[in-house]
Design a protein around this ligand. Structure first.
Ligand code: FAD
Length: 318
């Protein structure tokens, strides 16, 4: 079946769910990206499975995204189906664990934890994105990451069947997990929490968010957080070395390509100062990487994921 027939058939099966030619810039924090041929927002894992099965049968490539806060989307958009997993269902508490949908925003989980006086998640305050994206990326800050609090997760596995897996499954490392290498999706995740005090938890959120505000661009300068990964510590037990420090010393702060600019307060952030294209961001990132390579003789590795119009996200078959 050719792709337009397959598209037609998928829309026929899910007439109220799937739309055509959706601008992906409306679904990324960078505000960059062309149109997806097909697009849907899904809030239940059972429907996720059903749509993925149909797309597979019709040989339509598909990619699942969360909040798009760590994504740079191709200017050509995506030739296939983008599935946005979004949920607003309340987390479930089964002390000492709290379980949330993979499509729930991290900030909603944190809000719930504060209301219920549950501590342990505070370091995630101010990090955008969904629970699924946070597990995929092993998101974190200030030396802590999701890997330290995750207990288990329910995946949609390669056979499009639910599978409960323990934390060890994920082989977490700095800003990476096995989910980046396999065609599996985080339907829900359970985190270990401890009893806390809701006022103290709120104070800690506020403290962390104030620090982040002082370092990060505001909403007028869309970005995807740190562009490159920080470097491993020089000696075991020490902190990671900030990519931003090397970029600053290499003179990257004044660089720009079109409207893609290095953020003036943080050399490891690329901002969209207007109508930046993905191609501008990629060129700018190459220049930043080259400067560091020339001065320090090592290559920075991107943390932001590129979504290619044909091949999807690097390392995963669409
Ligand atoms: C202003 C700003 C500040 C940031 N600060 C931080 C920070 O301090 N620390 C940090 O770690 N990150 C930070 N980030 C990056 C980003 O917030 C995280 O990487 C976040 O976890 C991405 O989640 P998402 O839902 O937006 O994922 P998306 O950007 O939508 O997707 C990222 C990847 O995750 C995959 N994915 C998404 N959902 C699922 C799922 N349910 N199952 C399987 N795969 C999935 C997608 O396929 C994609 O490959 C920041 C970003 C911004 C814009």
């Amino acid at each position: 079946m050719n792709s337009s027939k397959a598209y037609f058939e998928l829309i026929r099966i899910y007439p109220y769910l799937i739309i055509r030619d959706e601008p992906l810039k409306n679904h990324t924090w960078f505000r960059i990206g062309g149109n997806a041929d097909l697009f849907c927002t899904i809030d239940t894992p059972e429907i996720l499975i059903s749509v993925m099965k149909s797309a597979r049968e019709l040989e339509i490539p598909y990619v699942l995204i969360g909040e798009g806060s760590n994504l740079l989307v191709d200017d050509r958009g995506f030739r296939g189906l983008i599935i946005k997993y979004y949920s607003d269902s309340e987390p479930e508490l089964d002390f000492p664990n709290v379980t949330a949908s993979g499509g729930l925003a991290l900030r909603e989980l944190l809000r719930y934890a504060q209301r219920k006086s549950l501590s342990g998640l505070e370091f995630l305050a101010g990090i955008p994105g969904s629970i699924g994206g946070a597990v995929y990326m092993n998101a974190g800050a200030y030396g802590s990451s999701v890997s330290e609090i995750l207990k288990s997760a329910v995946l949609i596995n390669e056979d499009l069947i639910f599978e409960k897996v323990p934390k060890d499954y994920f082989h977490f490392d700095y800003r990476t997990s096995v989910v980046q290498l396999r065609k599996v999706y985080v339907a829900s995740a359970s985190f270990r929490i401890v009893p806390g005090n809701s006022n103290a938890i709120q104070k800690e959120y506020d403290r962390i968010i104030a620090i982040r505000h002082s370092k990060h661009p505001d909403e007028t300068l869309p970005c995807a957080g740190s562009y490159f990964k920080n470097l491993p510590p020089e000696k075991p037990g020490e902190n990671r070395r900030a990519a931003g420090m090397f970029l600053e010393q290499a003179g990257a702060k004044d660089l720009h390509v079109g409207d893609a600019r290095v953020f003036e307060n943080h050399a490891n952030m690329i901002v969209n100062a207007g109508e930046a294209k993905a191609s501008d961001v990629l060129k700018l990132a190459d220049r930043m990487r080259d400067l560091v390579l020339e001065k320090f003789n090592f290559e920075l590795i991107p943390e932001v994921k590129f979504l290619d119009a044909e091949s999807g996200i690097e390392g995963m078959q669409p």
